[in-house]
Design a protein around this ligand. Structure first.
Ligand code: FBP
Length: 549
């Protein structure tokens, strides 16, 4: 047992708030049957047993309900996100509320632990240690991709041995895609095991009408905004540095946008806009250099620039290059064993002329980073690409040219930051603590209702938690076909920043003013105790998406 700080001790006794529908026994009300967001025929063919299921909403149960004990398995999958421990404590309390003899088993270090039969039973003593804490250390997480029937069959052996009725997979879009495939397999083979997903990722890109936000986004963006605010105050005090701040969010810019709305920086790149306007790296550099030069005319040789880590994949020329590289690397297993020099010449010789030219034009370090191992889901590991340094170097060069042309009079000193891992294991905000607990408690009710192939869905999130709506959404409803590892695969469609959505429009209406004037806001640290308007506020993104003007 680790020694707890005074805050941790006080926090351990926080009782997360549940939607009123989950306060006692529930009944599932079936809504309309569903269809996938795109490629309906292909997805239907691939998921004959779980396609088209109805939406489910829970209401208070007035009749009788099954109260048999439930044995449940749980997996944490992918990157850490604040609140994972509360999903697990919600699951635990949820199955215990159905029957006190229910049991919860946690598979260790992600999906790999399920396949390799590595698990622990999560007792109340263990659960109590982790309530309202950040991190995934209760059972660990991993990125093993669950996709082969041998893995499913191997996992089934341990589920049967432990008499597990359902498996809950807590993960992002890729892991929930795997959950859907597993649910389909177990249902179509009459394995007698249900599979339920829970929406996790700080990146915020697993969302739709039924999943209003993924958990962890709220806390992580509050942590980043606190430190961005601190940097801005430092920068406005000394007035001598430009800070280039890269933020996690490999496939979408929700984190950068949310942090911009919270802190009002001088510049924030939104990758989705870069793609829509077919901007080049040079266009972005020129735009920022213009702002640096304009601020310098007022003697303001300082500022902040927010950069989403996935930017590189949204620049059209880079996107085309990465897509060809993905296929090339997937088709050439021996690539990993080649020397650095051979890898470079191999890539250049195999790429189309246009992509080879883009590859050659990049600084060698960045070009190499694009050829490094993909994660098990085929994603480029963008957190390793130092776009913040690449950009500031290019801006420095542009400003030097502008100086020669008499268009720039200032002094440019750049500092670099990458905020990602700092926020992923923070103690969850009240919002995430409540939301995660509700997601877990709700998932237990989905299992008790016999659902499989569903994601736990808790909605109406800008209202007080008693008014949240709890239920389930069929995972196949969120799917479309995309190219992965050189093949078309069914996957959950990622939610990118909508350029006609309210959060972006709000940002776009303010950014000129934020660029030239110094309009910083300083959100300060997450507060756990105090008035609801200080402690329980959801993200700006959710606020603007649902209510805000
Ligand atoms: P998930 O999609 O699994 O939630 O992870 C997202 C993320 O936090 C990204 O923001 C980041 O690029 C990536 O994980 C880093 O991965 P790793 O933890 O494997 O270094």
């Amino acid at each position: 047992m680790t020694k707890k700080s005074a805050l941790q001790k006080a926090r351990a006794s926080y009782q997360p708030k549940l939607p009123s529908a989950l306060w006692g026994p529930v009944m599932a009300i079936e809504g309309a049957s569903t269809q996938s967001v795109a490629n309906q025929d292909e997805i239907k063919k691939l998921f004959p047993a779980t396609y088209g299921l109805p939406l489910l909403t829970f209401e208070k149960n007035t009749g009788t309900k099954s109260t048999s004990p439930i044995n449940l398995g749980v997996i944490l999958s992918g990157g850490q996100a604040p609140g994972g421990h509360n999903v697990i404590s919600g699951l635990f309390d949820g199955i215990k509320s159905i029957n006190k003899d229910s049991r919860l088993y946690g598979f260790l270090m992600g999906p790999g632990g399920f396949v390799d039969h590595q698990y622990i039973e999560l007792t109340s003593a263990i659960i109590d240690e982790y309530r309202n804490t950040g991190g995934f250390d209760i059972i660990g997480s991993g990125r093993t991709k669950l996709e082969k029937t041998e893995q499913f069959d191997k996992g089934l052996e341990i589920l049967k041995e432990l008499n597990i009725k359902a498996l809950v997979i807590i993960g992002g879009d890729d892991s929930n895609t795997n959950a859907a495939v597993l649910a389909e397999y177990y249902k179509s083979t009459n394995a007698g095991v249900q599979v339920i997903g829970c929406p996790k990722t700080i990146d915020g890109d697993l969302k739709n009408d039924m999943i209003e936000t993924s958990f962890g986004f709220d806390t992580a963006t509050k942590v980043y905004s606190e430190v961005i605010g601190n940097i801005q105050r430092d920068c406005n005090s000394a007035k001598k540095y430009w800070h280039f701040i890269k933020l996690m969010g490999r496939s979408a810019s929700h984190i950068a946008l949310e942090c911009a709305l919270q802190t009002q920086p001088n510049y924030c790149i939104i990758s989705e806009e870069v793609e829509a306007n077919a901007l080049t790296l040079g266009d972005i550099v020129n735009d920022i250099a213009e702002i640096v030069a304009k601020r310098a005319t007022k003697g303001d040789n300082f500022g902040t620039v927010l950069i989403p880590e996935g930017l590189i994949e949204f620049i059209p020329a880079m996107k085309a290059l990465i897509s060809e590289l993905n296929d090339l690397l997937a088709a050439n297993e021996s690539f990993a064993t080649m020397s650095k020099e051979d890898q470079r010449s191999f890539v250049i010789s195999k790429l189309t002329k246009e992509n080879a030219d883009t590859f050659i034009s990049l600084p060698e370090g960045v070009a190499r980073q694009l050829t490094l191992d993909r994660d098990p889901h085929g994603n480029v590991q963008v957190s390793l690409i130092e776009t913040e340094k690449l950009l500031s170097e290019m801006i420095g060069n542009r400003l030097a040219e502008m100086k020669k042309e008499g268009k720039y009079v200032g002094k440019f000193s750049a500092l670099h930051h990458f905020f990602g891992y700092e926020g992923r294991c923070a103690d969850p905000s009240n919002f995430d603590a409540d939301y995660c607990y509700a997601l877990g408690y709700n998932a237990a009710q989905l299992v008790n209702s016999g659902a499989t192939g569903y994601m736990s869905s808790v909605r109406n999130l800008t209202k007080p938690s008693v008014q949240w709506i709890a239920g389930g959404v069929p995972i196949t409803m969120m799917m479309n076909m995309e190219r992965r590892h050189g093949e078309m695969k069914p996957v959950i469609q990622k939610a990118l920043v909508k350029l006609d959505g309210k959060p972006f429009m709000k940002f776009a209406s303010k950014r000129k003013e934020w660029a030239l004037n110094t309009c910083y806001t300083y959100p300060g640290p997450i507060q756990y105790f105090g008035p609801a308007e200080v402690c329980d506020q959801p993200s700006r993104t959710l606020y603007y998406e649902q209510d805000g003007k």
